[in-house]
Design a protein around this ligand. Structure first.
Ligand SMILES: NC(=O)c1ccc[n+]([C@@H]2O[C@H](COP(=O)([O-])OP(=O)(O)OC[C@H]3O[C@@H](n4cnc5c(N)ncnc54)[C@H](OP(=O)(O)O)[C@@H]3O)[C@@H](O)[C@H]2O)c1
Length: 335
């Protein structure tokens, strides 16, 4: 059994689909409010839990041999943030994995985690990485940079607003990755001795600037490439001013600065060779990312595509449930 955290996320749902496409048993850790039913067509099973709730993690780990930790906090909320989820939540997950003698853990970290410079999105990842390495668990830590999907997000904004704010350094060198390629790397890493106990910076096959990446996506999506620059100095200047709106906005601006201002290009062909998978060229990744709206963004999907009508979820408050009484979701599909 493979436990996947973040299975409802952009990357996580691709991981679940890759694992299920080769017939592996998958259990997704899903939380109250998760739109987990988008995964019903995959035949994965669910376990209701939360990275902030260590007891749920221990129980989710029953009979689990491998863990892929792909949960993340895109924008912090008052009670779901980099401290209690990215750092402490992942650490609790690794502790539970160790206690249950899990054979291997794949942790999706983030480019820049080696040098967090006080940015909470990165300090959280680094704390979790350090804990995993020190735990003695067999592990692989992947540090991806920007996803092609990040540029698809910008394109959707341009579609609505006619132009976008392009954060960071327009000439920063990046290697944006196709989410499916990263999902394949996570899967390969479960059983690839050469990446065992390694921390690996990963990316796509093309090295290009942030601005060139945006222009490629705009062309693919047929949206105007017009943009207003939000250079690093502006992001750094705005961050403290955003503090009165809440610490999370300050943190978000600092994270945008870290992701879009730093060079994070990798040697794509070497990465492909290391994992034994061909990497998708950026233009092709743009086509896929543009076409691949998360089902949650598709208003017709809920009714027409994947809702599992027989299954009614039990909802619980973290820490308030007897786990043995919980359903595990629809029974896994027998292939
Ligand atoms: N470009 C990028 O976006 C980028 C770059 C480098 C690394 N990464 C890393 O890649 C991973 C996946 O990113 P993504 O863009 O696919 O993320 P995403 O779409 O924002 O999904 C985040 C996932 O984490 C889950 N989650 C959030 N808080 C949780 C909690 N307290 N307990 C359990 N699960 C929780 C979410 O569940 P719900 O459905 O319940 O919200 C969701 O499944 C993350 O670790 C991220 O840091 C992303």
């Amino acid at each position: 059994m493979i436990l996947v955290t973040g299975g409802t996320g952009r990357l996580g749902n691709q991981i679940v689909r890759v694992l299920r496409s080769v017939g592996l048993d998958v259990r997704c850790l899903v939380r109250k409010g998760s739109e987990y039913f988008w995964l019903n067509d995959t035949g994965a099973s669910y376990f209701f839990g939360d990275l902030r709730d260590p007891e749920s993690l221990s129980r989710a780990m029953r009979d689990v041999r491998y863990v892929i930790a792909a949960a993340g906090v895109r924008v912090e909320k008052t009670d779901n943030h980099h401290k209690n989820v990215t750092a402490e939540g992942n650490i609790a997950l690794f502790e539970a994995a160790k206690a249950r003698k899990v054979e291997h853990v794949v942790f999706v970290s983030c480019a820049g985690a080696a040098d967090p410079q006080g940015v909470p999105a990165l300090t959280g990842k680094k704390a979790a990485e350090d804990h995993l390495i020190a735990s003695g668990l067999s592990h692989t830590i992947l540090r991806p940079g920007l996803f092609a999907a990040n540029f698809a997000d910008l394109a959707r904004r341009a579609e609505t607003n006619g132009a976008v704010f392009l954060p960071g350094r327009a000439d920063a060198k990046i290697s944006p990755i196709h989410g499916r390629d990263l999902a394949l790397m996570c899967t390969a890493a479960l059983d690839l001795p050469s990446v065992r106990n390694q921390v690996i910076e990963v990316g796509g096959p093309d090295v290009l600037t942030v601005e060139a990446a945006w222009k490629t996506m705009a062309e693919v999506a047929h949206v105007p490439a017009d943009n207003w620059k939000l250079p690093p100095a502006v992001l750094r200047g705005l961050a403290p001013l955003a503090r009165p709106l809440g610490r999370r906005w300050q943190n978000h601006l600092r994270a945008l600065d870290a992701w879009f201002s730093r060079d994070s290009a990798v040697d794509g062909p070497a990465t492909a060779a290391r994992f034994g998978i061909p990497l998708t060229p950026f233009r092709e990744a743009c086509v896929a990312a543009w076409a691949d709206r998360h089902p949650g963004e598709d208003p017709t999907a809920r009714e027409e595509k994947v809702v599992h009508r027989q299954f009614v979820a039990t909802i619980y408050e973290p820490g308030s449930i007897k786990y043995d009484e919980l359903p595990e979701g629809p029974p896994p599909r027998r292939d």
